[in-house]
Design a protein around this ligand. Structure first.
Ligand code: P6P
Length: 337
């Protein structure tokens, strides 16, 4: 049997989708692939090499950083810097974005935003975590130092986005606006192989992912939607199934494959929700739309939001189009003041 195509072969094969690019985006995706392999290795050895646990430092989000968070952040920064395709990088782990000042970087046309290890609170209990990335063309003049406007672009301007999920296997899932494809890492060969071609959300979904511990703080429309999903209606396959891992990448990946919705609504303890627009919600929204799904903040499409600051948070409802549209209807029927 012929072996599946590798990620590298796939990138080259689809190079024609970028007639103006001289291979920089392909090289950029390859550096993300390389960094993903290194992080995969570290995560899979974490328990053995005693790098589990807290690094004793707080990141700008005030969350105690896990050692693997720091490792993953450094690995992606160094790999992306070394390849020279990126003029600037923003990360959940960094207060401000990094402007790469070397001449070859200033000539580069892409910027990257990453959540290097999303769901890292799960690391010590061996639950799936992931890396999320979002890629834009710079808007400031080539040859200059990147500026805020390069990073504060709406999600519609993304040229590529994706995630690595470090679960029972490590899979890299990404889109460049021509559909969503997933590649599973074979550690024995050291390559990612196409395992999930042209991913699409199923027409109907029956899984919902939300931290119901926050139920009391949710907007009325969300409460009504959750109760609706829990009502008995055999024809519509309700009650739906609750699945919530505390790791966005894991919940999103399962919902995209099997059909479901993820919600992180606003609440009194999180007035704008918890997830970050630039390096969690926008990349997942791009993937969701490319897979036939939908992503809203409750009022508008996530990718239409014009960011105001690097780490801004937004309420996030994302998944199968039909389910997100029903959630939207409940929010319209029970508007918050
Ligand atoms: P909570 C991880 O910190 C994260 O950003 C997402 O990966 C995850 O879905 C969510 O937060 C979990 O948040 O408040 O339910 O623990």
């Amino acid at each position: 049997m012929e072996r599946p195509i590798t990620l590298g072969e796939f990138i080259i094969e689809n190079q024609k989708d970028f007639p103006y690019a001289k291979g920089e985006l392909s090289a950029l995706l390859s550096s993300i692939k390389l960094a993903g392999k290194v992080v995969h290795q570290s995560i899979n050895r974490a328990g053995l090499s005693q790098i589990l646990g807290k690094a004793g430092k707080e990141n700008i989000q005030g969350e105690v950083q896990a050692k693997l968070d720091i490792m993953a952040n450094n690995e992606f920064i160094n790999t992306l810097r070394n390849r020279g395709e990126v003029c600037g990088l923003a990360s959940e782990e960094l207060e401000n974005y990094l402007a790469f000042e070397e001449p070859m970087h200033k000539e580069a046309k892409y910027i990257v935003l990453i959540d290097p290890l999303d769901g890292s609170s799960n690391i010590d209990v061996d639950i799936t975590v992931g890396t999320i990335f979002s890629i834009y063309r710079r808007v400031s003049p080539t040859g200059t130092t990147v500026t805020d406007e390069d990073f504060l672009q709406s999600g519609r301007n993304q040229v590529a986005a994706g995630y690595l999920i470090y679960g029972s296997s490590t899979i890299l899932v990404y889109t460049t606006g021509k559909g969503v494809n997933g590649f599973t890492f074979d550690p024995g060969v050291g390559s990612f192989f196409l395992s999930h071609p042209k991913i699409k959300f199923p027409e109907k979904g029956s899984i919902y992912s939300v931290n119901e511990g926050n139920y009391i703080h949710f907007p009325v429309g969300i409460k009504k939607f959750i109760k609706w999903m829990q009502q008995l209606n055999e024809e519509e396959n309700r009650p739906f199934t609750a699945r919530y891992t505390g790791s966005l990448v894991a919940d999103f990946h399962r919902n995209m494959l099997l059909g479901g919705i993820y919600l992180y609504p606003q609440g009194s303890t999180a007035p704008n929700g918890k997830l970050r627009l630039l390096y969690e919600c926008n990349p997942m929204a791009f993937l969701a739309e490319q897979a036939g799904g939908k992503a809203i903040d409750g009022k508008m499409n996530i990718m239409d939001i014009v960011p105001k600051e690097l780490h801004e948070r937004v309420p996030f409802i994302c998944g199968n189009s039909q389910m997100v549209t029903i959630a939207e209807k409940f929010l319209k029927e029970y508007p918050e003041d």
